[in-house]
Design a protein around this ligand. Structure first.
Ligand SMILES: NC(=O)c1ccc[n+]([C@@H]2O[C@H](COP(=O)([O-])OP(=O)(O)OC[C@H]3O[C@@H](n4cnc5c(N)ncnc54)[C@H](O)[C@@H]3O)[C@@H](O)[C@H]2O)c1
Length: 352
């Protein structure tokens, strides 16, 4: 049974996966009520290097041993996508609160197992959707909640790159380990933040297409992640889709790791009957005195990761529900699965 540390106690956090796990360690290190109690990576040298940066003495190469021995309250799951389900479920079953990196899993079936474990566990489960926590996103969310845009009926979003295939040949480009290419890797961020702004409407159908015009030819490699010589590339490098929702709204999504475009761009645009808005840059388009009026709201310079981790800890200590829930993450996975299925069949896929 997950306990809620008293306000006077420090939350003992463990991190599994020392890649983006370093971002989690940084976030935890900023919080006086958190102790990074253990770090685990099958790559012992990577775990040791991260532990050394934050003065962590408990280092593991086996997450089950860490869960059994390290007396943790909270666990960050920062492993390759295919390991999100086994690690998150083991941590929830061990009575820990879990912050799981995006995407929830490699597909909705695996993701569903996490959601089930989270329902049965007394621990909290939060998905690591850091873009929700950015200063600009939070300011726009408030505009929307205050009704400034009216009813949102259309949205567009995407994350596209010119040359940005991560870890060529590593787990990133192997479907078995990643679940897919840019759609599940970076498109998931654009999709999630846009659904959040739209109020997380229930998806009913998707129609999508995927392409692989760079990866199979060794082109389009980016800076993120270490390449693996001779490793496979069996995922898409571009995906696009239209998603329809129960409330009548629709959303157009694009995601690419490599594309002949101007350069990298992460964007989200929402359009309502009273106003529209974009993220990156944050603008609100509305009317004043019968004329179009553009607003450039000021917003705090808050990057998503630190605020996300602070929110996770606050939810544990204050016993509050996280704003990025397991059910929402599962809806995102269902949409992604549907897009991949639609791309294969050429047909629209019902999610109802
Ligand atoms: N939110 C974000 O901005 C963001 C950014 C990058 C990555 N991610 C997500 O974080 C996850 C990890 O990505 P990454 O870029 O850090 O990848 P990475 O390959 O750099 O790091 C993953 C680490 O997990 C370790 N690992 C693999 N199997 C393990 C196991 N069984 N037990 C313990 N450790 C194990 C690997 O040795 C590696 O060090 C992915 O799900 C990715 O989608 C999120």
């Amino acid at each position: 049974m997950a306990k809620r540390p008293k306000k006077s106690e420090r939350v003992r956090a463990g991190i599994v996966g020392a890649g983006v796990g370093s971002v989690h360690a940084h976030g935890y290190s900023k919080l006086p009520n958190v102790e990074i109690a253990a770090i685990c990576d099958i790559d012992a040298a990577r775990a040791e290097a991260l532990a050394a940066r934050y003065g962590v003495r408990s280092i593991y190469t086996d997450y089950e041993a860490m869960l059994a021995e390290a007396k943790l309250d909270a666990v960050s799951v920062c492993t390759p996508n295919a390991l999100h389900a086994p690690v998150a479920i083991a941590a929830l079953n061990a009575g820990c609160h879990v912050l799981c990196e995006k995407p929830l899993s490699v597909n909705a079936e695996e993701g569903g197992k996490i959601v089930e474990a989270a329902r049965k566990s007394a621990g909290k489960f939060m998905i690591g959707m850091n873009n929700r926590f950015r200063g600009d996103t939070q300011v726009l969310k408030k505009y929307i909640e205050d009704g400034e845009l009216g009813e949102i009926y259309y949205a567009r979003c995407g994350w596209i790159r010119r040359n940005g295939i991560p870890g060529f040949g590593s787990w990133f480009t192997r479907k078995e380990m990643s679940g897919g290419g840019p759609l599940i890797d970076i498109g998931v961020h654009a999709l999630d933040v846009t659904l959040y702004l739209m109020g997380n409407p229930k998806p009913t159908s998707v129609f999508g297409a995927t392409y692989a015009k760079f990866g199979p030819y060794g082109r389009g490699q980016g800076q993120w992640g270490a390449p693996v010589k001779g490793g496979a590339f069996d995922v898409e490098d571009l995906a696009c889709a239209q998603i329809r929702f129960q409330n009548g709204a629709s959303l157009v999504l694009e995601a690419s790791w490599a594309q002949h475009c101007a350069g990298e761009r992460l964007y989200s645009e929402v359009y309502g009957d009273k106003g529209g808005a974009t993220l990156e840059p944050l603008r609100v388009y509305t009317e004043a005195h019968g004329r179009p009026a553009d607003i450039t709201p000021a917003y705090p310079n808050i990057g998503g990761h630190e605020a996300e981790i602070a929110h996770f800890i606050e939810c544990i200590v204050e016993n509050k529900p996280p704003i990025a829930t397991a059910d929402q993450a599962l809806d995102v996975m269902k949409i992604l699965d549907g897009i991949y299925r639609s791309a294969e069949t050429g047909q629209s896929v019902s999610l109802a």
